[in-house]
Design a protein around this ligand. Structure first.
Ligand SMILES: [Zn+2]
Length: 261
């Protein structure tokens, strides 16, 4: 074929070679594939790219060099860098197969993350059926034993009625006490929704809720959107405290005087 002879035994193969020969050039005993980019701008810059036609025996080496020695890049990125210089038929499939079967990629890269489908919270039948609860912490300027460190915050899901309760810690005991005295015994709610804070995940609170027949709903880890009622109010409360007080040290008396609003 190098001398211009066609395989006359099989006519179909000869015809195929004649058609494809327009896309190949043979220079200094090396076969090149001529590639013209379909992209408008690239086509103007470099109308025809000469790609080295890689024989079967060397393809694995090209794949290895462009993947294993190139930070284990993904299929598309690797294909783009290879096709600037090289060509063979079904190159994209080979690149895809190589990247997908790379053991280092499987071990070192995070897998495909699947998210649970979004579900709306159930609508309550009565006004104080579900309370959204959270701890809201702020840093007082002068930390003394009398300074409030955090605020316990509860919000009725249906009424949007907010209750602010000053507290000293986010411990399980204080949280359970605040809930029992100010929410469970006053409003008789049926469920509480909280994040995964230690105070809300405690066995003490779980046991208290079990005894009172209250359902505990918790948000997924690192997904505070479920408790959006509280998260939104948290920002509003902090803004209100900042605008009303000179500094955080003046906040505690204000919270104590505005326990409910
Ligand atoms: Zn890899």
């Amino acid at each position: 074929m190098c001398n211009g002879d066609l395989p006359i035994q099989t006519e179909a193969l000869a015809r195929k070679i004649v058609i494809q020969s327009d896309y190949y050039v043979y220079e200094d005993n090396v076969l090149y594939h001529l590639h013209s980019s379909r992209r408008k701008r690239l086509n103007q810059v470099d109308p025809v790219v000469k790609q080295l036609d890689v024989p079967r025996s060397l393809r694995e080496r090209v794949l290895q060099e462009y993947h294993d020695q190139n930070s284990h890049v993904g299929t598309d990125e690797m294909y783009e860098s290879i096709r600037n210089k090289y060509f063979w038929i079904n190159m994209y499939s080979d690149v895809h197969l190589w990247t997908k079967s790379s053991l280092a990629c499987k071990a070192g890269k995070p897998g495909k993350q699947t998210k649970a489908p979004l579900k709306s919270l159930q609508i309550e039948s009565t006004i104080f059926e579900r309370f959204h609860i959270d701890h809201l912490s702020f840093q007082p300027q002068t930390v003394t034993s009398m300074c409030y460190v955090c605020v316990f915050f509860a919000c009725g899901a249906f009424s949007l009625y907010c209750i602010l309760l000053p507290c000293y810690t986010t411990s399980a005991e204080e949280t359970a006490n605040l809930l029992f005295d100010n929410i469970f015994m006053v409003y008789g709610c049926k469920s509480i929704l909280s994040d995964r804070g230690a105070g809300f995940m405690s066995k003490l609170l779980a046991e208290l809720c079990r005894l009172l027949g209250i359902k505990q709903i918790r948000t997924s880890a690192r997904h505070p959107c479920t408790n959006s009622r509280c998260e939104k109010f948290n920002a509003n409360i902090l803004n209100a405290l900042r605008t009303h007080c000179e500094g955080y040290k003046d906040c505690p008396p204000l919270i104590a005087s505005e326990r409910q609003f």
